[in-house]
Design a protein around this ligand. Structure first.
Ligand SMILES: Cc1ncc(COP(=O)(O)O)c(C=O)c1O
Length: 386
């Protein structure tokens, strides 16, 4: 399956009012940053400094400031970011990490790759975010961390999750891959736990032109460990006191990310305006459950996810009309072959399972036009008969 955020091929015609409407249109962002990216790439090529270096360090400073955290460590992708976050915080063999059953598989993959045991908990039916009561029920004496996944661009209920973590002496780790610019009670995603991992996969709210990710933390010692871990366990060249990884951010990606970060607040505001427009266009249709924003959250609208019966038929109708709707995600973590070893069966996480059969992501990106959204809404209303 293609991921949420696969960019449209450059061979496709640009979408016009009657043309295809992609799930995500990255060309509109490139049109705004292209000149700046080319100038930055020329700088990198002239300096022949391709891995880490000054551009990455600048981006790290800028993104840390944007998130209101002390430290940002640029790495190769979001999955590595989460794995390294866990490892740097000392989570590994014999530890359990509680995370939601409905997330992109990478959240769980990172936990397993860090050597810890994946312990899944169900989500709430309204926001489809990790349910604090379910997370609490999943705790055992071996639990070391709770991973709050800010799915679809909205911060998970971190107040309650942090209270549970604190009471149990556990770490709160954020998967902020889908939530750059999201806030809870004014505080940015990535600044709400001990450590956070995020992804700059191209279609994310802040997307690179290839793979990239980052770890965020307010803890200077943790940041120091992360800088070593991402670079073969080395702080001094050719000295490797511990086993590390090759997971460094490329300078070319840092250039793109710096150019896009300068526009992220505006682009997220455009996403919010587009989400509000969908709410108007689709409101009052009983066959549709529209996405809700948890009080206290400023949603970053990475994805606009409605719920509907007969989802596959409705999705086919949208796709047939040239509308690039998608599903995020059709299979909850416990039903993937990769996690069969957890021993779960269908029925174990009923809210996540029911949602997986009903969720439908509509096209949403900065620059989507009112006319495009009207076409999506008309087609969807017809497909569900309202
Ligand atoms: C919720 C979530 N976690 C983790 C990841 C992993 O990020 P990456 O694809 O950069 O490894 C993604 C992105 O795909 C994601 O959406």
């Amino acid at each position: 399956m293609s991921t949420p955020t696969t960019p449209p091929s450059s061979h496709e015609p640009p979408p016009g009012p009657d043309g295809p409407i992609p799930l995500v249109d990255l060309r509109l962002q490139h049109a705004q940053v292209g000149a700046e990216v080319e100038a930055g790439w020329a700088r990198v090529l002239a300096a022949t400094s391709y891995v880490l270096g000054a551009e990455v360090a600048e981006f790290e400073r800028e993104f840390a400031r944007f998130c209101g955290v002390g430290h940002c460590v640029g790495v190769a992708n979001g999955t590595d970011a989460l794995e390294l976050a866990l490892r740097a915080a000392g989570v590994g063999d014999g530890d359990e990490v509680v995370l939601p059953a409905n997330t992109f598989v990478a959240s769980a993959e990172a936990v397993a790759r860090a050597g810890a045991r994946v312990v899944l908990a169900d989500c709430d039916p309204t926001y489809l975010l990790l349910d604090p009561a379910a997370a609490k029920d999943a705790l055992t004496p071996r639990t070391r961390a709770i991973m709050a996944v800010h799915l679809y661009g909205q911060v998970a209920p971190v107040d309650e999750l942090a209270a549970i973590a604190e009471a149990g002496g556990l770490l709160l780790v954020e998967d902020a891959a889908q939530a750059q610019g999201a806030r809870r009670h004014g505080a940015a995603a990535g600044s709400l736990g001990r450590v956070a991992g995020t992804s700059f996969y191209p279609g994310k709210n802040l997307g690179a032109y290839g793979d990239a990710g980052a770890v965020l933390t307010g803890d200077g010692e943790l940041a120091r460990r992360l800088r070593a871990l991402r670079n073969h366990g080395s702080e001094a060249k050719y000295h490797h006191p511990e086993l590390g990884f090759n997971s460094r951010m490329d300078a070319l990606q840092a250039v793109v990310l710096r150019a896009k970060l300068a526009r992220l607040e505006r682009w997220n505001a455009e996403r919010r305006a587009a989400a509000a427009r969908y709410a108007e266009l689709l409101g009052g249709c009983e066959a549709l459950t529209l996405p809700a924003t948890m009080p206290g959250n400023r949603h970053a609208w990475h994805l606009y996810v409605v719920q509907v019966d007969e989802r596959d038929r409705v999705l086919a109708a949208l796709n047939a009309a040239g509308i690039g709707a998608g599903i995020h995600y059709p299979v909850p973590v416990h039903l993937h072959g990769a996690f069969a070893g957890l021993g779960h069966a269908r029925g174990d996480f009923p809210v996540a399972e029911a949602a997986a059969g009903r969720i439908l992501s509509l096209p949403l990106y900065p620059g989507i036009t009112a006319a495009q959204q009207e076409r999506v809404a008309d087609t969807l209303r017809k497909a569900v008969g309202c």
